[in-house]
Design a binder for this molecule. Structure first.
Ligand code: SF4
Length: 637
């Protein structure tokens, strides 16, 4: 942070603007103390005189020295502009944060109001509010403040939306931190910098607007005066004594430039941006429950759909169950719906996304639908906060960069387990130790950027272990890590499962990762489960052409180095335009006429094996081609 300020002040524009702004602020502070007597002294012998050695900018209609009046007016002008900017920032913040705190409808209404207000020119709004709040400095401050609010509200909404999508916010929501607390502790600290920079730039605009209102007689009233009022008073004699009218105008321009240039320089140096209902999806064939529901079920998902306006339905009728201490893998290409399934389970799909399911229950408690209404939102939050953990793909965004690791781990424990600050921190250190973070006491006091990627991912798993989790949902937890660290994280998940009897839902696009650690594999394509089987049957028993194509695309030690790697032909289907029949038909070499017309349902092909295919493969040719993929089980590449 300090180095960035130094870098800003080392640029010619940054240094010049900094000096100029400092000069303007010092002038506003000291000018009334030093020169107010000269500025208010009436001299009837020298009325409306032009520039002279005694009066550099001449005198006004009472013989008062205009030069001193311009200097003294700096305090009123700048103070009122800063007051108006403060009102704009505070009310803009409130409006901008409202959609995050309010329900969906009230949030949308607030956004619509802000969008309409932003469409009006700021000066027009200021004049409108000036009429409402009345003539005078107070009315003008309120008018300019409220006229500037929509722009700050829009900026805040954009910044909040950007931070709200980050994984550390999702992680806080998973552990049950309330909306207000998330806004206060996780979002606002991360948008404070761009807001402050834009407020500085906004102060320049407010200064200009204030001068405009005072010039029109709507702002500061006599005997008080600011630069705008001085301009208005000198207007009648502008052709005789132009310096008297131009001087306050030049002062407005210089002060406005100082605020704007300094704000722009800081924005550039800090890389800060500057102010400048879904239709239900088509019916798909009913899928049978993926596995028999037993009493030990930690998670039950039945006929899950996730849809977005468009309509787009990237998840269409997914059903599965995870038992206590079981690791279930979900594989598929990008866009297959696997991550959205995980987010829907974690209750992290945001409006306008819609989640519906015949059943979505965790530890027997319904999370969705009519039954969920019986349990309060707070009770569901507490259940998820203490028994559910989420590990995200990118360890860079999994933690709030402005807070120490230990504090972030302790947050959920203080929220749900009633621990004191000290107890929660002791637990956080213990959990960091449990996930093999070296020197956990020291590491707990460090910020996320001081951790390596693998350590951050382990700390994220440690955060999930702050309670007594029954389920860990790990969404591509090893994708952003190198191979050695991948192994460490996967081993850690296995160890936690073994020692704590925790169920794990492991999302991955890498079928070898899933085969290494999972008990059961769900293969997803185009938003549906197309095959479910035990992971030890994956290499030899997969029957769906898509699963086989995923396996065939994995290189092993026997893969000829002089031949191109096998790929699945074609592209995944667009979730907005699923074709009739089997979604994989256009890429499938075994497609029949029926495949392009009828969508196959998931049907049983053995005790614990289900396939959605009209023509499941198990021929000798396939066996010969793919059964030697022992490397998949051993994790070799
Ligand atoms: S249903 Fe037909 S097109 Fe789809 S995977 Fe099976 S064989 Fe291929």
């Amino acid at each position: 942070m300090r180095s960035r300020w130094i870098a800003v002040l080392r640029t010619p524009v940054g240094a010049g603007a900094g000096v100029l702004l400092l000069g303007v602020l010092l002038l506003a502070l000291f000018a009334p103390i030093i020169w107010s007597h000269q500025a208010s002294a009436i001299d009837t012998d020298h009325l409306l005189e032009g520039s002279s050695a005694a009066h550099w900018l001449g005198t006004d209609n009472l013989g008062r020295d205009i030069f001193y009046r311009v200097l003294v007016a700096s305090r009123t002008s700048i103070l009122l502009a800063l007051l108006a900017t403060s009102i704009a920032v505070v009310s803009g913040l409130a409006l901008g944060c409202a959609p995050t705190l309010l329900g969906r409808r009230a949030g949308r209404l607030t956004t619509a109001v802000v969008n309409i207000a932003v469409a009006f020119p700021g000066l027009l709004l200021a004049l409108f509010f000036a009429v409402i709040f009345g003539v005078g400095a107070k009315g003008a401050v309120l008018a300019i403040g409220f006229a500037g609010a929509p722009a700050f509200a829009r900026l805040t909404q954009t910044l909040v939306a950007g931070v709200a999508e980050r994984d550390f916010v999702a992680a806080a929501r998973v552990v049950g931190v309330g909306r207000f607390r998330i806004l206060l502790r996780h979002i606002l600290p991360n948008i404070a910098e761009p807001l402050a920079v834009n407020a500085t730039i906004g102060a320049g605009g407010a200064l200009l607007a204030f001068a405009g209102l005072s010039f029109l007689g709507l702002g500061v009233q006599a005997p008080a005066y600011d630069w705008g009022r001085l301009m208005g008073e000198s207007l009648n004699s502008i052709y005789v004594h132009p310096a008297a009218a131009l001087a306050p105008g030049v002062a407005v321009v210089i002060a406005g430039l100082a605020f704007n240039l300094f704000g722009e320089s800081v924005a550039k140096g800090f890389g800060v941006p500057v102010l400048k209902g879904a239709r239900l999806p088509d019916r798909v064939p009913e899928t049978r429950p993926a596995a028999a529901v037993d009493d030990d079920a930690v998670l039950v998902v039945k006929d899950l759909h996730v849809s977005f306006p468009g309509p787009v339905t990237p998840v269409r009728g997914v059903s599965f169950t995870i038992g206590k201490g079981e690791i279930v893998g979900v594989v598929g290409e990008s866009g297959s719906g696997k991550s959205l399934t995980a987010l829907a389970v974690a209750q992290l799909i945001e409006s306008p996304g819609q989640v519906r399911a015949a059943e979505l229950s965790f530890l027997g408690a319904p999370l969705l639908g009519r039954l969920a209404v019986r349990s309060t939102a707070a009770a569901r939050r507490r259940l998820l906060g203490t028994s559910f953990a989420m590990v995200f793909q990118d360890p860079m965004t999994s933690f709030n960069p402005t807070k120490r690791i230990g504090v972030q781990l302790a947050e959920g424990a203080r929220e749900h387990q009633g621990m004191s600050r000290r107890q929660a921190m002791a637990r956080a250190i213990d959990r960091l130790r449990a996930v093999r973070i070296p020197e956990p006491e020291r590491r707990a006091r460090q910020y996320p950027h001081e951790f390596s990627g693998g350590m951050r991912q382990r700390a994220m798993i440690g955060m999930g272990l702050m309670g007594a989790p029954a389920l860990i949902v790990a969404d591509e937890p090893t994708t952003a890590l190198d191979v050695t660290v991948q192994r460490e994280v996967l081993r850690l998940l296995e160890k936690i499962r073994t020692e704590n009897d925790v169920a794990v839902l492991l999302i991955s696009h890498d079928i070898t990762v899933v085969a290494q650690v999972c008990d059961r594999v769900l293969v997803m394509y185009a938003g549906r489960i197309v095959e479910e089987l035990p992971s030890d049957a994956l290499a030899t028993g997969a029957r769906h052409p898509y699963t086989r194509a995923l396996l065939a695309a994995v290189p092993d030690l026997d893969t000829p180095l002089d031949e191109p790697l096998a790929v699945i032909p074609g592209r995944p289907v667009d979730p907005a335009q699923f074709p009739p029949g089997c979604a994989f038909a256009a890429r499938c070499e075994f497609a029949e006429d029926r495949c392009t017309v009828e969508d196959p349902a998931l049907v049983r092909h053995g005790v614990d094996h289900q396939v959605a295919c009209w023509n499941p493969q198990a021929t000798a040719a396939w066996q010969a081609r793919y059964l030697d993929s022992e490397s998949i089980r051993t994790g070799q590449r």
